[in-house]
Design a binder for this molecule. Structure first.
Ligand SMILES: Cc1ncc(COP(=O)(O)O)c(C=O)c1O
Length: 405
C-alpha cells in the first residue's frame, strides 16, 4: 500500500490584531518562556515515520518517537485500520457508554486481556485519560495518594482532579513511601501510583518493593505501563509481568500510542474494578470513544507483539549496548535502564544546544526542559526503536561523545 500526502499548502498569512486586553498577559507569558529558553518549536512531520523522520523538510534519524517496536508506520496496522473503517465507518460518534463501543473496541479489550493475562480491561480514548480518570474514580477528598516525584503529567493531573491529599515520595524510594503510609493509618483509602518505566529518564520503578509496601499497609497499587507495554516481559505485556508483580499491582494502566503504534489507553484488572470505572471514570464516560479503525490497528499490533518477540529482545539488547558505550565514555545517562536513554545536559540552553548539534549530524534527539523535568536537569532524550540499526546507534553514540568532550 503506497499513499502520498500532498505537502501542506500554506495560505497567505492572515492579519493578526494585538491580543484583547483581558488576554494581554498571554503575550507576556510567552515572552517569559522565550527569555528562559523554554519556548517550544512547532515542527511539521511529512510522511510515514520510522527509523528516520522528515521534520520541517529535513530527513533525520528519528530518536524522538515512542514507536519502540516500529509498528506506528507498519502497513499491517494501516490495513487493519482501513478494513475496520470500511465496515464500521470512521468516527465512533458517541461515548463508549452510549453507542461508541463497537465490535472493534470489544475485540481490542479481549486482545488486551490476553496480552496482560487479566480477566478484564477497558479501553480509553487516550492514555492520559486512562490515568487521570482512573485516579479520580478511585480516591476522593480525605483519601491519600502517594505518588513518585517523577510520575507522568497524566498521573499528576489525576491526583489533582481527585481532590485527595497527595504526598510526593522521592523517585523510586520505597522506604520513604512506607514512612508516608505509616503516617496515614486513619485514612479511608490509600493509593500508591507509579510509572513502571519513567518516561523522562528511562529509570524503572522498584515494583517488587512497592507491592510489599502496598501489601503491608493495605494500600491500592496502580502502575502505568505506558513505556513498558510491548517491550518487557516474556509475553511483552510490560514490567509488571517481568517482575512477577501481577498479583501485587491492583490497577494496570497503559497506552496504545507508543510500542503499540496506534492511539488510546487502557486500564486492566479485576472485573469489578473495570465495572466500577465504567460507572465512575469521567474521562471514559464523558468522552467519545476513539475511532474503531484505531482500535483495530491497536488490536493488530497486539497480535504482532505476540508473534514477533524478537523485536523487543533486539531493541533491549541494542539499548544495553548504547547505554554501556555512553557510560564508559563518562556520559551522564542518569540511572537509565531501558530503551529510553537520556543525556543529562543541565540547563535548558545546554539541552537545546546539544539537540541542535545532534541535528547537524543528522540525528533528531529532542531536548526535554522544565516543566517536563526539574530545573537544572534538562536533557536530550533518545527514544530507541527496533527500526534503528546498529549503525544508527553507533552514529548517535559517536556524535554525543564527540560533542561532550
Ligand atoms: C508515562 C506516560 N503515561 C501516560 C501517557 C499518556 O498516553 P497517551 O499519549 O496515550 O495519552 C504518556 C504519554 O506521553 C506517558 O509518557
Amino acid at each position: 500500500m503506497t499513499c502520498r500526502t500532498d505537502p501542506v499548502a500554506h495560505p497567505p498569512p492572515r492579519p493578526v490584531q494585538p491580543l484583547p486586553e483581558p488576554l494581554a498577559w498571554v503575550s507576556e507569558a510567552l515572552d517569559h518562556l522565550t527569555a528562559d529558553g523554554l519556548r517550544r518549536p512547532h515542527r511539521i512531520r511529512s510522511g510515514r515515520q520510522g527509523g528516520t523522520v522528515e521534520l520541517d523538510g529535513r530527513s533525520l534519524i528519528n530518536f524522538g518517537s515512542n514507536d519502540y517496536l516500529g509498528y506506528a508506520g507498519d502497513v499491517r496496522l494501516t490495513k487493519a485500520a482501513s478494513k475496520a473503517a470500511c465496515s464500521e465507518g470512521f468516527g465512533a460518534g458517541a461515548s463508549p457508554l452510549v453507542s461508541g463501543h463497537s465490535q472493534a473496541h470489544e475485540r481490542l479489550e479481549h486482545a488486551i486481556n490476553q496480552l496482560l493475562d487479566v480477566p478484564a480491561s477497558v479501553a480509553f480514548p487516550s492514555g492520559f485519560a486512562a490515568n487521570s480518570a482512573t485516579i479520580a474514580a478511585l480516591v476522593g477528598p480525605g483519601d491519600l495518594i502517594a505518588s513518585d516525584e517523577r510520575n507522568h503529567a497524566s498521573i499528576i493531573d489525576g491526583c489533582r482532579l481527585s481532590r485527595a491529599d497527595v504526598v510526593i515520595y522521592p523517585h523510586r524510594d520505597a522506604a520513604a513511601l512506607e514512612a508516608h503510609l505509616a503516617a496515614a493509618r486513619g485514612r479511608r483509602r490509600r493509593l500508591i501510583v507509579t510509572d513502571t518505566l519513567f518516561s523522562m529518564d528511562g529509570t524503572i520503578a522498584p515494583l517488587v518493593d512497592l507491592c510489599e509496601v502496598a501489601r503491608r499497609h493495605g494500600a491500592m497499587l496502580m502502575a502505568d505501563e505506558a513505556h513498558a507495554t510491548g517491550v518487557f516481559g516474556k509475553r511483552g505485556s510490560g514490567l509488571v509481568e517481568l517482575t512477577g508483580c501481577e498479583h501485587g499491582v491492583h490497577i494496570r494502566t497503559g497506552t496504545l500510542s507508543k510500542a503499540i503504534g496506534a492511539a488510546g489507553g487502557f486500564v486492566a484488572g479485576h472485573p469489578d474494578l473495570i465495572e466500577w470505572l465504567r460507572h465512575a471514570a469521567r474521562g471514559w464516560i464523558f468522552s467519545t470513544a476513539h475511532p474503531p479503525a484505531v482500535a483495530a490497528a491497536a488490536t493488530r499490533a497486539i497480535e504482532l507483539i505476540a508473534a514477533e518477540p524478537h523485536r523487543r529482545q533486539e531493541l533491549l539488547g541494542r539499548a544495553a549496548v548504547l547505554r554501556d558505550r555512553l557510560l564508559t565514555a563518562g556520559i551522564d545517562i542518569s540511572a537509565a535502564a531501558a530503551q529510553i536513554v537520556p543525556i543529562v545536559a543541565g540547563t535548558a540552553e545546554a539541552a537545546v544546544g546539544l539537540s541542535a548539534h545532534l541535528a547537524t549530524r543528522g540525528l533528531f534527539v529532542p531536548a526535554i526542559r522544565p516543566p517536563s523535568v526539574p530545573q537544572g536537569r534538562s536533557l536530550v532524550r533518545a527514544s530507541l526503536s527496533w527500526l534503528h540499526s546498529d549503525t544508527d546507534l553507533d552514529h548517535l553514540a559517536d556524535a554525543i561523545i564527540t560533542c561532550r568532550r
